[in-house]
Write a protein that binds this ligand. Sequence first.
Ligand SMILES: [Zn+2]
Length: 348
Amino acid sequence: MMLTTVTVDTMRAWILNDTDGPDSFSLDEVDTPEPGPGDVRVRIVMSGLNHLDLWVSQGLPAPGSFPHVAGGDAAGVVDSVGEGVDGWSAGDEVIVDPTVSCGKCEQCLHDDATYCADFSILGEHRWGTLAEYVVVPARNLRPKFADLSWEVAGTFGLVTGTAYRMLKRARLRRGDTVLVVGIGGGVSSMAFLVAKALGARVWVTSRSPEKITWATESGAEGGFDSSADFSKEAKEVTNGGVDIVIENVGPATWNQSIRSMRKGGRMAVCGGTTGSKVELSLPALFFKQLEIIGSSMATHSQFARALHMVESGDVVVPIDSVHDFEDVPAAIERLDSGEHMGKVAIRR
Ligand SMILES: [Zn+2]
């Protein structure tokens, strides 16, 4: 009898086989993904955790199939390129843009990837970056310049791109007053730093005095206790209310956030960490002529602009901690604790 052996390359990955929460991640060997036409495979040097990874582990949303590899952020080295890929070759140091779309529809061709019918987030519906390798469309790569640290390159992307788009959707102008609710979370911290770099005057809220201290030491005008009536203070310091509120807390802060706006104020919302439903007072909405603006991820050009702000030093990305790949559970625990201040990175 002749035995034929088929060799399939495998890689180590933190996989989910169910969605029972953050304890569901386990380190295993899986087939290394192959780049299809237009794709590039990246050997990951550094990846970052996001709250999204915790949501996915709870089935919010559930992955399309198991095993699943979560993780949206990474930087690394091009390992192999698929058919028809120009401009990238093995050895290039790259940053992965986590907004995935079809690349062919009218929205994609007009750089509106977030409006694509096939819009998804890396690590949500397709295998992500909690592995040794990740495959993404070539259009999802940006060059990593040597001066940018791997820690920042591999972790800034999802939250900084999201924050940048929220501020653009809210039509931020130099000199605007901005209230960032729930500072300390990834998107809110970056929204504060990006808004400041774009010339805004920024106030923050948090339940943690340490996080408010971090923000004021990093250039915030001031900070308020999230669990108090912060709208009163916000209106006082801005003579009637802020131009823009950045919200991703949800029910716990919603009413205060609405009251913090001046007439004609805009609120950009990218999530709700305390729940998915809120009540809206219609008189407040129409009488104050408020705008409530949903936002999700970033277009490829917005991601590139966010990257430029980070590369140029206009925005300094805080890194909370760097963990070994084998220690992902400790990194997840750190993120889940809510005590982190800045990005949680995973090195290879
Ligand atoms: Zn598309």
